[in-house]
Design a protein around this ligand. Structure first.
Ligand code: PHB
Length: 251
């Protein structure tokens, strides 16, 4: 890929432009995109115009820009996320109908829990999770499950880096975290009280690809004082159902 005067490739610059969008920052001007992507203004305006022409970005009436429907379309085609989400949705709906709080599906992605889906009843309690948003592995219930079953090198990399608090109750000492992860591998679930927000408890279980490796975490977010045993049973049954669906689906 051709390089610019500053040495970065076209691909790198496109990725930098797309990465200026987040779950909180969904609409920007071309000038803002350029500033955040570290691109000269003229380059930013040209790239945004080209990306709008291709449909990867879209412009609104005020000439502000958001990620395009075409990007969603391409990303969905045959991706691992789509296959997993399709297998999981009927089971997530069952958990959601029975537990009536938040039900969510996450995968391990570059050292964080990335959320592929979230179902929430209108009356459900607090929850900071966003679809296509991320939470730290050591703090969220899904993240703890993904970390417990992660490849050794990925787990050690997380344990070696400084662990930042999300709430006053987030586990920050590597030894305490190791013990917690061992307990998750032994028990097959985690109940994380107040680890993300003082008012909630996350409950999560691993989801295996058929009979193979853990590829996702299925979780519910409950009000802090809610009982958790029923949720653990629902999540376990759902995870087994998702694994069976993945195992029988044509690969
Ligand atoms: C969790 O998974 O532990 C979790 C996630 C989001 C919240 C609270 C807890 O808002």
């Amino acid at each position: 890929m051709a390089n610019s005067a500053s040495g970065d490739s076209v691909t790198e610059r496109i990725v930098r432009v797309l990465e200026t969008f987040s779950t909180e920052r969904t609409v920007q001007t071309a000038a803002e995109i350029g500033r955040r992507a570290g691109l000269p203004s003229s380059t930013a305006h040209r790239m945004v115009a080209e990306l709008v022409a291709s449909g990867l970005l879209e412009r609104d009436g005020a000439r502000r820009v958001r990620l395009g429907m075409r990007l969603w379309e391409l990303a969905g085609r045959g991706s691992r996320a789509l296959r997993l989400r399709q297998a999981a949705l009927p089971w997530m709906e069952r958990v959601q109908a029975r537990v009536r709080e938040h039900t969510q599906l996450a995968v391990l992605e570059h050292g964080e829990a990335l959320f592929l889906e979230r179902l929430s009843s209108p009356t459900a309690g607090a929850n900071i999770t966003r679809i296509a948003g991320r939470l730290p592995l050591h703090a969220s219930s899904s993240g703890l499950v993904l970390l417990a079953f992660a490849p050794d090198d990925e787990r050690e990399a997380v344990l070696a880096a400084p662990l930042l608090p999300v709430s006053a109750e987030t586990i920050l000492e590597p030894q305490a975290l190791r013990a917690r992860l061992a307990a998750i591998r032994r028990d097959g679930f985690v109940v994380a009280e107040g680890s993300i927000e003082q008012v909630s408890t996350g409950v999560a279980v691993p989801v295996r690809d058929g009979r193979g490796p853990v590829i996702a975490a299925l979780s519910v977010v409950l009000p802090r004082e809610a009982p958790t045993a029923g949720a653990v049973e629902e999540l376990r049954a759902a995870a087994a159902g998702i694994s069976a669906a993945l195992g029988s689906a044509g690969r």
